[in-house]
Each structure stands twice: as C-alpha cells, then as structure tokens.
Design a protein around this ligand. Structure first.
Ligand code: AMP
Length: 120
C-alpha cells in the first residue's frame, strides 16, 4: 500500500498531538474533532482497510481496543462511556487508508450515527 499521512506521523515526519504509544500502536488527537474528546488509535503496521486485516494481524487489531480502553481509564471517561469506531472504504466514510480506531467521548453519542434519506 502507498504511504499515508499516518505513516508520516508514526515516523515523526509530521507533527501530531500524540497521547499514547507502545510497541504496536500509536494514539493521537484528531485534527478535526467531532466530540470534546476525539483521538485515533492506529497500528504501527500499515493496514489499508478492515478488508485487508489478515489472521496474523489479530493481536495488533485487538491491541487497538486495549489501548483505547487504557487511555479511556487514564483520561477518566471510561465509566461514563464513549464510542470506538472504525470506518471502511467510501460508504464507511474512510478518508485515510491506514486503519484507525476513532475514540469519541465527552458527550452522549447519537444512534444511528448518520443522517440521510436513502431508502434501501
Ligand atoms: P476516516 O475518515 O475514518 O478515515 O478518519 C480520518 C481521520 O483522520 C479524520 O477524523 C481526520 O480529521 C483525521 N486526520 C487527518 N489528518 C490528521 C492529522 N494530521 N492529525 C490528526 N488527525 C488527522
């Protein structure tokens, strides 16, 4: 896959507001927050979309959630609650093709998470 802006953040080639890092993942605040707290947890291994996750990636993908929950505890919103979501491809709203878990917190989240008039 071609390199994305997230690889540049991992390699410190461009700045980001990094809040957590370990061997497998990096977390940083979203540049365009959609909630009072909005950060992304990304694997250091570049994987383009959910569709590209392989069996051998199960540890790192599971680790995205473990890191999200750890940060939620650290930042004090774990019990109040939050949303953790990953978008896939065009209809999922994905714009950066390096998988990332959005973690949104600090306000009640609506459901469904979209507004449209499409009849299916
Ligand atoms: P998605 O649309 O699910 O692919 O989400 C991509 C997210 O990356 C969006 O919420 C963007 O605001 C965020 N984003 C893009 N560039 C940066 C950046 N340089 N630093 C932090 N967040 C970014």
């Amino acid at each position: 896959m071609s390199e994305t802006i997230f690889t540049k953040i991992i390699n410190r080639e461009i700045p980001a507001d990094i809040i957590y890092e370990d061997d497998l993942v990096l977390a940083f605040n979203d540049i365009n927050p959609q909630a009072p707290t909005h950060f992304l947890v990304i694997p250091k291994k570049p994987i383009a979309t959910i569709n590209d996750i392989k069996s051998e990636d199960r540890e790192v993908v599971g680790h995205l959630y473990l890191a999200a929950a750890k940060i939620a505890q650290q930042q004090g919103f774990a019990q109040q609650g939050y949303r953790a979501v990953m978008n896939c491809n065009e209809y999922g709203g994905q714009t950066v093709y390096h998988i990332h878990l959005h973690v949104l917190a600090g306000k009640p989240m609506g459901w469904p998470p979209y507004q449209d008039t499409l009849k299916v």
